[in-house]
Design a protein around this ligand. Structure first.
Ligand code: CUA
Length: 370
């Protein structure tokens, strides 16, 4: 049964609601135009500004869309609520097949989408290089691990862990990928993310795929690298930093890296375990090791086994390296890391441990067994 139309299609109340929403929208759009994004999140690469302009475009038109969609939802719910004296099948304003309305809500979003597509198409090649040879002066590699970043520089003999040094104003290509540390589905390859908010660059690190991204830092400073893909228990601990330096400072750092590598190759000094402080080791353990290990019996695993009985466990007399559980053999794992059937333990550099830290941790682990 079709209900008779009893009121005008769009009455005075409708237009009053539109006027209110228009004022709110205008205020928000003004806010979007004047908002100093750079003050809250520095624009630290050459792509930051164009990305922020895209954001501004989306927010500028997104504001009225949000206000009108939700405003009408609210207004109509109140205006056309069921009243006690109306039949159950009463229809309010019948706008079914109202061509004017349908054209409006089809054409406006379509135009916005097309403009956004064209604008984006001009920004994307700024960080996804199309012509690599022209695009960059340096190519380096960023590899996601559980739960740290490894960076490989051309000409450096050792990887740099968690700290990406870049010279200001130099276009670099970063080949981004994730390590396939183990074929085991539980412990093996996962997706990480290389995200530097100040650069406005975010790229998933995908096992088996190398994705080049392009960055030209244009602000000296230290910025955070964030893993934004849930990659396991240590995800929230997966931080790195980008150090953007002057060309001179960068060259100095680069030279120091090779010098350090040469010194290490010349003679690895054994770590002295004497003087390890258990309480300092406990603090460190609770800050770093707990990401993967419990201070509990072996069976209480996280990524790796519980370590409480490390030095006295009849069921597991040997370490993951196959050696007996002596303090120096445990220190050896802390220094060099280990590859076990449960997963991969990063080395001392990746874990950000000093020689003293290793001694403290070994001292602490020795106090755990009761
Ligand atoms: Cu790596 Cu989250």
């Amino acid at each position: 049964m079709k209900q008779e139309k009893t009121e005008p299609l769009l009455d005075a109340g409708f237009w009053r609601a539109v006027a209110v929403m228009a004022i709110i929208s205008a205020a928000l759009m003004w806010g979007v135009v004047v908002m100093p994004i750079d003050r809250y999140l520095p624009e630290a690469s050459t792509v930051s500004k164009p990305i922020d302009d895209l954001f501004r475009f989306c927010a500028f038109f997104g504001a009225p869309i949000f206000v009108f969609v939700n405003g009408f939802l609210l207004y109509f719910a109140i205006r056309y609520r069921h009243r006690a004296d109306e039949p159950m099948d009463a229809v309010g304003s019948d706008i079914h097949e109202h061509h004017g309305l349908e054209l409006t809500w089809t054409i406006i979003p379509s135009i916005l989408m097309i403009v956004l597509a064209v604008l984006s198409y001009r920004v994307i090649p700024l960080y996804y290089p199309t012509d690599q040879a022209v695009a960059s002066a340096v190519t380096l590699e960023a590899i996601g691990h559980k739960f740290y970043y490894e960076f490989r520089y051309p000409g450096l003999r050792q990887s740099v862990m968690n700290e990406l040094h870049l010279p200001i104003g130099v276009p670099v290509t970063i080949d981004v990928t994730s390590a396939e540390e183990s074929p085991d589905v539980q412990t093996g390859a996962v997706i990480h993310s290389f995200w530097v908010p100040e650069f406005r660059v975010k790229q998933d690190m995908i096992p088996g795929m190398v994705i080049p991204i392009h960055v030209t830092p244009d602000q000296i400073g230290i910025f955070r690298i964030v893993c934004s893909e849930f990659c396991g228990l240590g995800h929230s601990h997966m931080w790195g930093k980008v150090v953007v330096q002057s060309k001179e400072d960068f060259d100095k750092w680069y030279a120091d890296q090779n010098r350090a590598a040469a010194a290490e190759a010349a003679g690895v000094q054994p770590i002295s375990l004497a003087g390890g402080v258990a309480s300092a080791g406990q603090t460190l353990f609770n800050a770093k090791c707990v990401v993967c290990h419990n201070a509990a019996p072996f069976a209480q695993r996280k990524v790796g086994p519980g370590l409480a009985d490390l030095f006295d466990d009849p069921d597991h007399p040997d370490l993951v390296t196959g050696k007996t559980a002596t303090p120096s053999n445990v220190a050896d794992i802390l220094v060099h890391g280990a590859h076990g059937d449960m997963g991969v333990m990063p080395n001392m550099q990746a874990n950000g441990l000093s020689s003293k830290d290793v001694a403290d941790l070994v001292a602490y682990l020795q106090t755990l067994h009761h």
